[in-house]
Ligand binder design. Structure first.
Ligand SMILES: Cc1cc2nc3c(=O)[nH]c(=O)nc-3n(C[C@H](O)[C@H](O)[C@H](O)COP(=O)(O)OP(=O)(O)OC[C@H]3O[C@@H](n4cnc5c(N)ncnc54)[C@H](O)[C@@H]3O)c2cc1C
Length: 465
């Protein structure tokens, strides 16, 4: 195992929040390491497209990073972090261990997909995952696609499919027109993004793309591939009101959830707020978590969108600089106050967009579907475990293996929480997400072992008989 140098600051996550934090910390003359599992900086929103065309805000961000003194470790997956700010990752050169005086977590969000019968059929793609297919790979999820769920990614994905030469069979939106209209004032606080969204909506309307408002997917039909989806009105009985829409793919997602696995592993304090995507690490106005010199920013600390993320990143870096004695108080106060005021303004757009996904946080489950794809655990098995007394996420995991697979529970734990909440007759916000354990990402055992030989294992001498 190679020991790596010590840094003033390590930033985990090279999206808008993490890059802004790293560049700001570097500007305060701190030694900085930025780690990300992707090949380049950009995060989810400004993904490197891999084909050599680099333009727009992502390119600007990457140029700012390249011009700074920040040391980068891309293609490095962090699989363990400790409260003493030791970070372990695997990269192209094997397993690496880094340490720092301050740790800034900017690990973004993951998407919420509520299981429905048939959701594991090939051709069903997460809505946010579809943005990766479309942006990074230039691949259409299908030729005739239903785009469903809630939030602004509905419009983005539908518009991109059409621009790529595909057909959108229908948009199925959990929200109604009044929910979208209520976002208009906030949308106008960021006219560029607001106009972009309006452009997508207009292009879909002009093409006559059917939009089913206040509606939900209740089943995916087809054995080896998607052939149709069943759609029903939100709140109505699916068996009496469902109708079928033919399609060859479904892009489907109920919004984003802050990625809390690192902060849960660290045992930081967390809160639940549906308007921020659900469970998120608690951070103060200067992005300090409950742990000493560990900070959180961007969507990972509450989904607020790509405009708010870099502001939070810069505030976190300033707080780290102040806590490490590299800034005087007057400067710190002036810079963080200016950034906070700006942050409040730009957060309104993101907050309104996340507001459109609140509907997805408490969506009930429908019945016998598979919940944990990694370990093949069905809804019925989970209900039985809960009825037998496993009323915490940890207890359900121990009883059924749900959440023990390579996704680390990112997909199934929100559903487990809903099953427990329904059984206990409490709101889902009362169900804690469970303990996180290393490895946070799948790590090959060979990488951890390095060139360790079996003969080197220090077996004790057998006791004399
Ligand atoms: C799949 C997906 C697609 C999205 N697409 C869009 C879109 O098209 N348009 C839009 O406006 N918004 C999109 N969003 C929302 C958008 O990501 C955020 O609003 C914005 O990017 C937040 O910036 P951030 O820096 O907080 O997080 P992110 O941009 O998500 O950056 C987090 C970074 O942390 C890295 N990371 C996380 N865990 C680890 C680990 N263990 N080891 C190493 N690196 C790690 C990730 O690789 C990622 O690069 C998407 C979100 C997701 C989850």
């Amino acid at each position: 195992m190679t020991e790596q140098p010590h840094f003033d600051v390590i930033v985990i996550g090279g999206g808008p929040a993490g890059v802004a934090a790293a560049v700001q910390a570097d500007a305060k003359r701190l030694s900085v390491l930025l780690i990300d599992e992707q090949e380049r900086a950009g995060g989810q929103v400004y993904r490197w497209n891999g084909v050599g065309i680099d333009a727009g805000p992502g390119a600007e961000m990457r140029a700012r990073l390249a011009a700074s003194g920040v040391r980068t470790a891309f293609s490095h997956r962090c699989w363990h972090v400790q409260p003493d700010r030791t970070v372990r990752c695997t990269g192209p050169d094997g397993n690496m261990t880094f340490t720092a005086d301050a740790l800034i977590l900017a690990t973004g969000a993951s998407e919420r997909v509520t299981p429905v019968p048939g959701w594991t059929t090939p051709g069903v793609v997460g809505l946010a995952a579809a943005t990766i297919l479309l942006k990074s790979e230039g691949v259409l999820p299908g030729r005739n696609v239903v785009v469903a769920g809630c939030g602004p990614l509905l419009l983005f994905v539908a518009a991109k499919i059409i621009a790529g030469g595909g057909q959108v069979a229908a948009i199925v939106d959990r929200n109604g027109p009044s929910d979208w209209l209520s976002c208009l004032p906030a949308a106008m606080t960021n006219p560029k993004l607001g106009m972009e969204g309006a452009g997508w909506a207009l292009s879909l309307l002009k093409r006559g793309t059917p939009i089913h408002f206040n509606s939900r997917i209740v089943a995916v039909n087809g054995d080896d591939e998607v052939q149709a989806v069943s759609v029903a009105a939100v709140g109505e009985n699916a068996s009496s009101s469902a109708h079928s829409i033919a399609c060859d793919a479904l892009c489907y997602g109920d919004g984003l959830m802050p990625a809390t696995e690192m902060t849960r592993l660290l045992h930081a304090d967390h809160d639940f707020d549906a308007a921020l995507g659900g469970w998120h690490v608690r951070a103060d106005a200067h992005r300090r978590t409950s742990l000493d010199r560990i900070y959180a920013c961007g969507d990972g600390a509450g989904v607020m969108g790509a405009a708010a993320a870099p502001v939070q990143g810069r505030i976190a870096a300033l707080a780290a600089a102040w806590d490490l004695g590299k800034m005087d108080e007057a400067r710190f106060e002036a810079e963080t106050q200016r950034l906070s005021r700006y942050g409040q303004r730009v957060s309104r757009f993101g907050a309104a967009m996340t507001g459109l996904t609140v509907a997805g946080v408490r969506v009930p489950l429908t019945g016998s579907e598979m919940i944990c794809r990694c370990e093949s655990v069905s809804h019925d098995e989970l209900e039985r475990a809960v009825a037998a007394g496993a009323v915490t996420v940890n207890a359900v995991k121990a009883a059924t293996r749900c959440g023990m697979g390579p996704c680390g529970g990112r997909y199934c734990v929100p559903s487990v929480a809903k099953i427990i909440a329904a059984h206990e007759q409490v709101d889902v916000s009362r169900i804690a997400p469970g303990t996180a354990r290393p490895p946070l990402r799948p790590v090959p055992v060979g990488t951890l072992m390095g060139d360790f030989a079996y003969e080197d294992i220090p077996f004790r001498e057998p006791a004399p008989l």
